[in-house]
Write a protein that binds this ligand. Structure first.
Ligand SMILES: [Zn+2]
Length: 373
């Protein structure tokens, strides 16, 4: 059996199963299931998956992946939990604090793999406090100390359920000029921004406008040159989308209608959304009607959504792919073009451009006059 007939056979099989196939379309070129636009290598206590292990987990299923830690450290306070060592923010009342060393850890992990493997990874800077006017100095310093590594900043959080109120120090806000400086610098250096901000408060009533929506839109409109990916489309575990009587017109638009209006608005074309986190998949697959309407939205604006897992230090490939397969029914309702754009194409477009622009910025801004290596 020739390679062509086997590829056609596999392609036929995948089409019958309406699932994208790793080796389907082009026998020559590996067809990955997705690029992961939202991946945490380490957790809230800076422990995680070894980078070489992660590349094996990516294997022939995940083509490219962002690479970042979590910029917050969960304190293990003996007075609070005794010998119990918390590894997650829900496991202790002790505070969280910003942990900048995560960027050096990610940079060294990236540098420890081969150039071919590096081409599959897009490290992101997260170790800064978005309420600090000096945050951009940290970002600039990381780029200059580790040239040739990073493609963007984030995921960093402004309003995040259960987390923001636990962070020691000033609470981050959408109107803080420190955040404006960060987005301006990202535009200057060409850094892609992955931005976590809940669109609403926890357990919000569906008949009110989401509490952070207007501030977020104002912020985005003030930074038209910054490529911004709004993580999880602004949803959370207890930050629910307004879905009741989905798509029937009500006083307040549903979450999907809010997204559609933002996607339509000419002043927001630099804003993208990632659909990462199994909590988001939970909402999108909560009924056949919502699945159909989610597919319609993704199809119509397929150039503006990126798939991501939001996995944190997965143990194996099954764990890494689980979130992706929660979307199987929705992806099967998309055209191949729209599906490919959301799974891989948009990622490559945004991050390839960032790589070129950030390298150019590093070359033009070497540390202390020494040219970037
Ligand atoms: Zn995340």
């Amino acid at each position: 059996m020739t390679r062509m007939t086997s590829a056609l056979l596999v392609a036929g099989l995948c089409a019958a199963l309406s699932v994208p196939c790793a080796r389907a379309a082009d026998a020559g070129k590996l067809q990955y299931l997705f690029n992961d636009s939202h991946f945490h290598l380490t957790n809230y206590v800076q422990q995680g998956t070894d980078i070489h292990e992660y590349l094996k987990i990516m294997g022939d299923k995940v083509g490219r992946s962002t690479l970042f830690g979590i910029p917050l450290q969960q304190t293990w306070s003996y007075g609070n939990s005794g010998n119990f060592a918390p590894t997650y923010y829900l496991q202790s009342d002790a505070p969280l604090y910003y942990y900048s060393f995560t960027d050096a850890f990610i940079a060294m992990a990236y540098r420890s793999v081969s150039p071919e493997e590096q081409r599959r990874l897009d490290p992101m800077i997260t170790g800064f406090n978005p309420a600090d006017m000096y945050a951009i100095d940290h970002i600039r310093r990381v780029l200059q100390v580790f040239p040739g590594v990073f493609s963007g900043i984030g995921e960093f959080s402004i309003h995040k359920e259960f987390v923001s109120s636990k962070v020691a120090g000033e609470t981050a806000s959408l109107t803080n000029p420190a955040l404006g400086r960060i987005l301006d610098f990202a535009a200057e250096a060409g850094l892609v921004v992955i931005f976590h901000c809940d669109i609403d408060m926890p357990f919000a009533k569906p008949d009110q406008e989401p509490v952070y929506l207007r501030q977020a839109i104002d912020l985005f409109q003030k930074h038209p040159k910054t490529t911004i990916i709004w993580a999880h489309t602004g949803l959370g575990r207890v930050v629910h989308p307004n879905q009741s009587q989905a798509f029937l017109w009500r006083a307040n638009p549903t979450h999907m209608q809010i997204l559609a209006r933002m996607l339509e608005h000419p002043s927001l074309h630099h804003v993208y959304f990632d659909i990462s986190w199994d909590e988001v998949a939970k909402y999108a697959t909560s009924s056949p009607e919502i699945e159909k309407d989610t597919a319609r939205l993704l199809e119509k604006y397929s150039g503006r959504f990126l798939f991501g897992t939001d996995n944190v230090a997965p143990a194996d490939q099954a764990a890494q792919l689980r979130v992706f397969h929660l979307w199987d029914r929705i992806f099967s309702q998309l055209t191949p073009q729209a599906s490919a754009a959301i799974r891989t194409g948009n990622y490559e477009r945004l991050f390839d451009e960032a790589r070129v622009r950030v390298r150019a910025w590093e070359k033009a801004n070497p540390i202390d006059g020494r040219s970037a290596r």
